[in-house]
Design a protein around this ligand. Sequence first.
Ligand code: CO
Length: 462
Amino acid sequence: MKQIKFTETVLRDANQSLIATRMPFDEFAGILSTLNKAGYASLECWGGATFDACLRYLHEDPWERLRKINAVCRDTKLQMLLRGQNLLGYKHYPDDVVRLFVKKCVENGIDVIRVFDALNDVRNTETAIRAALDAGAEVQGAICYTISPIHDLDSFVKTAKEYAALGVQSVCIKDMAGIMTPKAAFETVKAIREAVDLPVVLHTHSTTGLGFMTLLKAVEAGCTQIDTAISCFSGGTSQPATETMDYVLREYGYDTGLDQKLLMKINRYFKSYREQCLKDGLLNPVVMGTATDALIYQIPGGMLSNLVAQLTAQGALDRLDDVLKEVPRVRKDLGYPPLVTPMSQMVGVQATSNVLNGRYDLISTEIKNYVRGEYGRAPGKVSDELKKLVLDEEKPIECRYADLLEPQVEKARQEIGPLAESDEDVLSYIAFPTLAENYFKERAARRKRTYRYTIKAIGEEV
Ligand code: CO
């Protein structure tokens, strides 16, 4: 029987895409044992924005969240998303930080690490991949899918081969904007399958409504693993629904490994939380709909709404059409970076400024750093005009940017001192210094309170 594997995203990407990663651990604690038994190949539950949201909004230690999930989910692999040399953020960290971070992820319970780089510059993923393999994790090399004149089958195959050469166990096509068509999925999966001897995984979003078709055609082309979200947290900016794909693929004779009764139970469990999110306004029905604008402008839905917000704030919404025409020009000047965070914001801000202030009259620091090479190698050629404007002042970086960075772990350890109680704490501090420090202080205060109550309770009992 043909096999197809499922990765459930409700704890990470669905959570991130629909409710800005605000699902507290306690909301899903009660369903973990069922998720563990449902037959998923993996549960995506960490990385991406979870780390940030835990510290910033949920007053949770992200490492502790992972350990708690791991304590229950002993039968299903736990998966995370890692942004290569940027780890979970948008700047490059030195190698010592990347190595320790990856090692600690695995020690705390991660089995599968999906690694990507926003520019598909595989050099930025090497340290993380090596560290993950050394720690015994399974590594998925993810290719950011985008549409541009220079992104074709050959370019995606080239990235897949580079990942294969680094020893990853599978290749993932990551369509973060949900703009990959069924036809493109079929052709891309087929081309990668022919070029590298590795399983191909497809990650997409339902944003534009292509999701189900894209997954199905990918599977037809030989993709053996897909990302889906339990139905009440699926659709819109989230993933296509788990139960629907399970139903369809069974009919085609695939062994999905999933237990339909348990899927029902999982969905029922999350339904009440979904209702609550709708009531609180945490879940906006708009993000659950189908938005086809991204197909016309070929930019992610989130980027479009950012542009509208920016222009509204500047009282220049009437220039939206001009900005939408300028976006592809800026992108071309930058060598067609995939429009993934932070590149989508950088391109959007620059395009807006070009329209409102004149072309490149103002150039953002981020764009300057990009042109210098701080983010890695541009996929295509950066325009000579832009290079001239930026590189007159600054020298280009030819090497991997992280090679220029000083080790940071020991320095951070000294800086944070006894407030950090473990390597994990030090890493939280490196990733989000202020947030982590506040969290550590809060944790200490909470302990002190608990301690006082305990003393009082014991006193009363005696
Ligand atoms: Co995603």
